[in-house]
Ligand binder design. Structure first.
Ligand SMILES: [Fe+2]
Ligand SMILES: [Fe+2]
Length: 246
């Protein structure tokens, strides 16, 4: 009897048969499901070329992709971020905070979940005000710590997700102590205050609602996100072309 894993591999194999090019997954995509130290199984070459660039299984992105194009073509459902941004706006926060809320979980939506605050911040750093990326970096840590002065409690959801006995690791405790004393602490804290899941389950928020705020506060590169010379452009390229061989 085929295991789920074998069935998944067979399906994947059939899929790659249909492709003109050979697709090899990065170690990080499968590490854990498989032991990364063991060589990954490879489809037979049969004179085929390896994929370099667009993966035909994905919607093609425009040649000069914008931030919104990544939301549309590469990110998973982003209602949570859109709702957070609208809530921040409703609460009368600054444009910086609204933007930070709109983008705070982009790593979860489209890149890497683990340490998502850091990855999100790094992706955005060259394109937003330093305060915005700083706030996004530390929201991940601050979510674990209550601040009664702004009515932020330890999330009930975290008890459900991680268990009542979860204690943030020492590096997270240290990051909290650091952030707590920082001049931008409250900017980051405001992300956590507005970081709610479906405050209104019926609210439908469109990306376009934030066109102006993004236009004023996000430095969209003319070459397209990923093809500019910024220090994190390669990360956007990888999201665009996640299966490129090199
Ligand atoms: Fe988050
Ligand atoms: Fe969030």
């Amino acid at each position: 009897m085929a295991t789920t894993m074998q069935r998944a591999e067979a399906a994947e194999h059939a899929m790659s048969e249909e492709l003109d090019r050979i697709v090899v997954k990065s170690v990080l995509y499968t590490s854990g499901e498989r032991d990364p130290r063991v060589p990954a199984p490879r489809p037979p070459d049969q004179g085929k070329l390896y994929l370099m660039g667009h993966d035909p299984r994905l919607p093609k992105m425009p040649d000069k992709p914008t931030l919104f194009d990544f939301f549309r073509y590469r990110f998973g459902p982003s209602a949570h971020m859109l709702q957070s941004a609208r809530l921040a706006q409703k609460n009368g926060t600054s444009e910086k905070v609204v933007l930070a809320c709109l983008l705070h979980d982009i790593a979860i939506a489209g890149f890497i979940r683990s340490d998502h605050g850091y990855w999100s911040a790094q992706l955005l750093e060259p394109y937003v005000d330093e305060e915005v990326s700083w706030a996004i970096r530390y929201h991940q840590t601050l979510r674990f710590f209550a601040d009664e002065s702004v009515g932020y409690k330890y999330p009930e959801m975290y008890v459900k997700l991680f268990g009542a006995d979860y204690v943030p690791e020492p590096h997270i405790q240290a990051a909290h102590r650091y952030a707590r004393e920082h001049k931008w602490y409250m900017t980051s804290r405001l992300i956590t205050v507005n970081d709610l899941y479906s405050f209104d389950p019926n609210a439908k928020v469109e990306l376009e609602e934030f066109t102006d705020i993004v236009g004023r506060n996000f430095k969209q590169p003319t070459e397209g996100l990923g093809f500019d010379p910024s220090p994190t452009a390669h990360m956007w390229r990888t999201i665009n072309w996640p299966t490129r061989y090199l």
